[in-house]
Design a protein around this ligand. Structure first.
Ligand SMILES: NC(=O)C1=CN([C@@H]2O[C@H](COP(=O)(O)OP(=O)(O)OC[C@H]3O[C@@H](n4cnc5c(N)ncnc54)[C@H](O)[C@@H]3O)[C@@H](O)[C@H]2O)C=CC1
Ligand SMILES: CC(=O)C(=O)O
Ligand SMILES: [Mg+2]
Length: 633
């Protein structure tokens, strides 16, 4: 599809974010080669070498992108472990963006877990030891008045479509990582480009450095962030607000994605800003959407309805309550009952056990799910007791407690549920509440399983007449859905991300579940090999919902007034083409030389190459440093 897009004269190539056609470039020589967005290394054609002053800077042989990928893969393969592979990929990204994304795209299944969870978690833990070059914007809570200035280093008003921001407090299940949290913003943005074609030069990773409560980091001389306890309260809120206001002023079109904020802040911040700006919390909403889609696919297999099942969620934090809310809203829609009534089908368990009306210190969001204390007077509130008493059909883990779903618990659940739906979602892999092989073994292959990090398929004697079968286990991670939601919101230039847009995203994702094929070994969610297809479908639904909700401001959106025709209708195809045209692909497009003066209207992009600019001493060369951004041409 993407090759076709670049060959044909795109019907939509006039679009502001169109990604077909030539790329204008106002830099040359070593500056160009040091700019990952332009550098093609050995793949620069002879014409480009002449035109952009590259002769003498490259070996003579001109290679194809495919040859470069083969070489890079060979180098990657010699790295001794996943963390070293992750570091290798980071340096490749700093050299040649197209090659980096093409390598990832061609080896997606193998490399996904290296650039994302679990290996990215390791890279984040080792941030201060592995640090080579800054990859995003570092804001300092002790410098509240400089927030706008520091953010402005990263581009001009039209430049940024997508910001991921983290305060580093609750990273990927490994807790407080302070300023190392920049790398979760970076990694989530890599996925937006890889999975949804968000333009890599139009994104901005940000970390809000508020200090850290991680003693190991505080005692580490090499730690690169503020070496002080986390600042909380009014000053923290002011910092977040300064960031939001500055981002809105500097990049008024940008969609803001919150990632891995701590429990006490994640939802509060989301609720403060959601009614005002296009923002999204991945741990609350992304996790809620992907998990609901997995549950819906599993219910298709178990031939049940959402309104008939009972759900236990173990770990009632940011992700757990986000999931509960998404499922509750879907039940309320399906049954036509209030949210309070729908919440009766969901039981939340946290450190004190089952959350009841007497449990102290609960947030408003958790309180909606509390059960009457009286009903539980004489009962144990442990996970096992709750499972025995409630007899749930669905069990979800977002607790970071490894092996919490014990054999006793799983067998107790399977005693009542024909097809127990069990989703251990805690990351990284070592913190999963159970591993798929155990869940399937304890339930004689009846469990419908999806996990937060990737697992290999499980073999067992669960086919007809005890034949061995291999069951594919879906990765139920917000990464399946947040890129498509972001793509839809960015392309629609949505002014808000509404509940209806999220419901639409779930519908789009659920429609692509392999489990709908009625193959008993199929995973509940589409795998990474289909990420782009998933993102287009999710984005399609999000754009349509944004239009229906009246929050879409982009003028070029094609007609979205069509039924749920599964992608076959002409209007649906047209909308999909409009989306695809604006998705960035890792291909070498023709380069067009523009003079720096003529390119002045593209000057807004110059700061994107700040890393390479620093290397240029020569004043004359500095004049050449104006770099075009293809979007906004
Ligand atoms: N698969 C996915 O897409 C996602 C997975 N996650 C994972 O979910 C986990 C939780 O993440 P967040 O919700 O952001 O963290 P959080 O800190 O907000 O929530 C964790 C909750 O588990 C509770 N908990 C801890 N120990 C417990 C115990 N022994 N018994 C019962 N409850 C216990 C905590 O009190 C807290 O309420 C992490 O491992 C994270 O990586 C988070 C977001 C998305
Ligand atoms: C997947 C994700 O967002 C998390 O574990 O925090
Ligand atoms: Mg997260």
């Amino acid at each position: 599809m993407s090759d076709d897009k670049h060959k044909r004269a795109g019907k939509y190539s006039h679009l502001p974010l169109s990604t077909s056609g030539p790329i204008d470039c106002a830099v040359k020589g070593t500056v160009l080669l040091n700019t990952p967005y332009f550098n093609r290394g050995s793949a620069h054609t002879l014409e480009e070498r002449n035109e952009f002053n590259l002769t003498g800077l490259l070996p003579q042989r001109v290679q194809t992108l495919e040859q470069q990928v083969a070489r890079a893969y060979e180098q990657y393969s010699t790295r001794p472990d996943d963390l070293a592979k992750n570091t290798f990929l980071t340096s490749l990204k700093e050299q040649n963006l197209v090659l980096y994304y093409k390598l990832l795209q061609d080896h997606l299944k193998e490399m996904f877990s290296v650039v994302y969870t679990p290996t990215e978690g390791e890279a984040i833990e080792n941030f201060s030891r592995l640090f080579r070059r800054p990859e995003g914007c570092f804001l300092n809570i002790e410098d509240l008045d400089r927030v706008s200035h520091d953010l402005a280093q990263w581009g001009r008003p039209e430049d940024i479509d997508y910001i991921v921001v983290s305060d580093g407090e609750e990273i990927l299940g490994i807790g407080d990582q302070g300023t190392g949290g920049i790398l979760i913003s970076v990694a989530k943005l890599v996925l937006t480009t890889l999975c949804a074609g968000i333009h890599p030069n139009r994104t901005l990773p940000v970390v809000l450095d508020c200090g850290t409560d991680n003693e190991k980091l505080l005692n580490d001389d090499l730690y690169l962030g503020l070496r002080q306890k986390r600042v909380r309260g009014e000053k923290y809120d002011k910092f977040v607000d300064n960031f939001i206001q500055a981002a809105r002023t500097l990049f008024p079109k940008a969609y803001i994605h919150f990632e891995d904020f701590g429990l006490s802040n994640a939802r509060r911040i989301l609720e403060t800003y959601r009614p005002k700006i296009p923002c999204f919390n991945d741990d609350v909403q992304g996790t809620g959407c992907v998990t609901l889609a997995a549950v819906m696919a599993a219910l298709h297999v178990s031939k049940q309805k959402l309104s008939d099942v009972k759900i236990v969620i173990f770990g009632a934090g940011t992700a757990g309550v986000g999931i509960a809310d998404q499922i509750r809203d879907a039940i309320s829609d399906e049954k036509g009952v209030s949210k309070e009534d729908a919440a009766k089908q969901i039981w939340l368990i946290d450190r004190p056990g089952l959350l009841t009306t007497k449990t102290e210190g609960l947030s408003t969001a958790q309180q909606l799910y509390t059960k009457e204390e009286g009903e539980w007077d004489s009962k144990e509130r442990s996970l096992l007791s709750v499972v025995q008493a409630v007899q749930p059909n669905v069990l979800i883990g977002t607790s970071t407690v490894p092996k919490a779903f014990t054999e006793d618990i799983v067998r107790a659940m399977a005693a009542h549920a024909d097809r127990p739906i069990i989703l251990p979602l805690s990351n990284p892999t070592r913190l999963h509440e159970a591993v798929p092989a155990d869940l399937l073994r304890w339930t004689d292959g009846r469990a419908l399983v999806a996990t937060g990090s990737p697992f290999d398929p499980v073999r067992g004697p669960w086919g007809p007449d005890g034949a061995d079968v291999e069951i594919d286990v879906a990765e139920c991670n917000n990464s399946v859905v947040f890129p498509g939601i972001g793509l839809g919101a960015v392309l629609a230039r949505a002014t808000r991300v509404t509940d209806r847009m999220l419901v639409a995203a779930v519908r789009g994702l659920a429609a692509l579940s392999p489990a709908l094929r009625d193959d008993p070994t199929a995973p509940l969610l589409p795998g990474v090999d289909r990420v782009r297809e998933v993102s287009v479908r999710v984005a399609r639904e999000v754009v349509r919902a944004a239009v229906q909700e009246g929050v879409a401001t982009e003028k070029s959106i094609p007609d979205t007034d069509f039924g749920d025709e599964g992608g076959d209708g002409e209007k649906a195809r047209e909308l999909d083409d409009w989306i695809r045209e604006q998705m960035w692909d890792p291909v070498y497009r023709p380069m067009r030389r523009v003079e720096p003066a003529g390119a002045s209207r593209y000057a807004k992009a110059e700061l994107k190459v700040v890393g390479s600019l620093e290397k240029v001493e020569d004043k004359e060369a500095r004049k050449e440093e104006v770099v075009e951004k293809e979007a906004g041409r």
